[in-house]
Design a protein around this ligand. Structure first.
Ligand SMILES: Cc1cc2nc3c(=O)[nH]c(=O)nc-3n(C[C@H](O)[C@H](O)[C@H](O)COP(=O)(O)OP(=O)(O)OC[C@H]3O[C@@H](n4cnc5c(N)ncnc54)[C@H](O)[C@@H]3O)c2cc1C
Length: 532
């Protein structure tokens, strides 16, 4: 494989003939995908740091019963690595983890992954124009830093009074205790989100009694999961275009859903009717129906795909408790109405800290400011990927890239093209930063405006990645100003309710003397500083 060096860039710049080195933080789909794509683009000096014991990201950490993807696998995979051998339409956790591991092995990435190694700090050395990483296994230097830390990698534990004093096992779904036998036990599951709707049907037949604590219900949609037989798998293997066709059909359907939640709201009616039908079909009890029917609009929360959730709730050994939790007692849960609900095991299906992005890792940029300081008001990045004053750093699955429908892998693959293309412009021994903050700023203005107009609608523009190649890149930059507003409007509409903090208007910003970021709407290359 050709190794990319600075002189191979062909941009007229005479730089030292040294291969560029890349450090990737995170060994999930983002990190492995980036490493594979970089290797395919000719990069050899790649180190991936993963704090878990194996690659897989969420698919290594989430091993709870029933864990599976909720996007059909033909879209929940990389387009360059189709797997015709998925056992089901929605692959289970172990299969997805093994897909990623095999991919890493096949592309020579596995040996570049340093598992059980956490990156605690990454700082840009302005004088040497390199990133220095502090890890649990020592320090490391690289020309380019890619953060692929995921948005759902840090479990969120609710602040429930008395949780510490619970006598039985209490654990988060992302840290499932396989040593705890649930058979014949009274179990309490806190939460009714994407993990709960998978875990509850899986454990309901085992347990003696199951209390499910709900804060607010979410809309669901039929999953229509089924197993692929040997014959179907062979057909996909023999005729790959059929798999691509299926992928395209799933993508189109998801985009339809996104359009319904954003610009084409008249499309919501059939979605809502199907969602309501799912409730009435599975549940006879009017009180339970009332409890599980959301009062908010479809799309305000992630639409959850399931065939088993409502039938499980309707089982005689399951109780849905919509009263708020007042406290956890040593032997159960007390709700706001004063009722005591005994429990022997407590399962927290309470989601993740989604707004931390790279946290708890600290990243220090060119002017000594940390990313946390930069994002104190509002996390934002150009195309969700690059941040001014953090040169040669690429974020994967960054701010505003999480759609309410569609496959995150698709988004990650689009973003992975960024480092592969952008890395070519990185010259070892120089500082180079892609800093198109103006566009990022306009995207956020638009997102907030949309969010105000339709609370469940947020448009995300991540698919516009600067293309490789000089001429195309120049054309792209020329068109950028014109496209800035337009592209965000045209970008495939993906919906997700984001609570976006208020940001000062242009007028107020001027009054405060802070710069109008729109004037920096251009690629700013920090002056070359040759060292060797
Ligand atoms: C249970 C579950 C089911 C999901 N199902 C779907 C689905 O069906 N469809 C969909 O589109 N999305 C789904 N998602 C979302 C999922 O997050 C993405 O699909 C995708 O896996 C994200 O990959 P990632 O590599 O960006 O992040 P992750 O998979 O979270 O990987 C990030 C990795 O980085 C590591 N890391 C973080 N910080 C550090 C550090 N400082 N040092 C070292 N290592 C670090 C973490 O340990 C983690 O392994 C699901 C998420 C969960 C939790």
């Amino acid at each position: 494989m050709r190794e990319v060096t600075a002189s191979a860039v062909g941009n007229g710049y005479r730089a030292p003939d040294r291969p560029r080195s890349v450090a990737i933080v995170g060994g999930g789909f983002g990190g492995v995908g980036a490493a594979v794509m970089l290797r395919r683009a000719g990069y050899e000096d790649i180190a991936v740091f993963e704090r878990g014991e194996r690659v897989g990201g969420v698919w290594h950490h989430n091993t709870y019963p029933g864990a599976a993807c909720d996007v059909p696998s033909h879209l929940y995979e990389f387009s360059f690595a189709p797997n015709p051998r998925w056992s089901r339409r929605y692959a289970p956790q172990a299969e997805i983890q093994s897909y990623l591991e095999q991919l890493a092995r096949r592309h020579g990435v596995l040996e570049r992954i340093r598992t059980s190694t956490e990156v605690t700090r990454a700082s840009w050395d302005q004088a040497r124009s390199r990133w220095t990483l502090q890890t649990s296994a020592g320090s490391h230097e690289a020309d380019v830093l890619i953060t692929a830390c995921g948005q759902l990698s840090v479990p969120a534990t609710p602040k429930l009074p008395g949780l510490e004093d619970f006598e039985g096992p209490a654990f988060h779904t992302a840290r499932w205790r396989h040593d705890v036998d649930l058979a014949g036990k009274r179990v309490a599951v806190v939460g009714t989100g994407c993990s709960a709707i998978q875990v509850v049907p899986a454990i309901q037949p085992l347990v003696a009694h199951l209390d499910v604590y709900q804060r607010s219900p979410g809309w669901t949609f039929p999953k229509l999961d089924f197993a692929y037989g040997e014959r179907a798998q062979r057909v996909f293997e023999r005729f790959p275009f059929l798999q691509r066709l299926d992928r395209a059909a799933i993508f189109a359907f998801m985009e339809l859903g996104a359009a319904a939640m954003t610009s084409q709201r008249w499309l919501l009616a059939p979605f809502r009717a199907i969602a309501r039908g799912q409730i009435t079909k599975a549940i006879d009890d009017p009180e339970l129906r009332r409890k599980v029917t959301p009062s908010d609009e479809l799309g305000c929360k992630r639409l959850m795909l399931t065939d088993e959730w409502y039938p499980a709730l309707a089982r005689p050994n399951v109780a849905l408790i919509a009263e708020p939790i007042a406290e956890v007692t040593p032997t159960g849960v007390r709700t706001g109405d004063g009722a005591e609900h005994p429990a022997e095991v407590l399962v927290l299906a309470t989601g993740f800290k989604t707004h931390g992005f790279v946290a708890p890792m600290e990243i220090v940029g060119a002017h000594g400011r940390t990313l946390a300081q930069e994002w104190a008001q509002l996390p934002r990045a150009y195309l969700g990927m690059s941040v001014p004053d953090f040169p040669n750093m690429f974020l994967l699955y960054g701010p505003n890239t999480n759609g309410g429908t569609g496959s995150v892998i698709y988004t990650i693959e689009a973003a992975d093209r960024g480092p592969a293309a952008g890395g070519r412009a990185v010259r070892p021994g120089t500082a180079h930063g892609v800093e198109r903050d103006g566009v990022a700023h306009r995207v956020h203005q638009l997102v907030r405006r949309r969010a105000r107009q339709r609370p469940q609608s947020v448009a995300v523009a991540v698919e516009r990645i600067p293309p490789p190649g000089r001429a195309r890149r120049r054309r792209y930059l020329r068109a950028e100003r014109r496209r800035g507003e337009l592209a965000t409007r045209r970008a495939p509409a993906r919906a997700r309710a984001l609570a976006l903090p208020h940001e000062p208007s242009d007028r107020r910003r001027r009054a405060r003397g802070t710069p109008n970021l729109a004037v920096r709407d251009r690629e700013r290359v920090v002056r070359d500083r040759r060292l060797d």
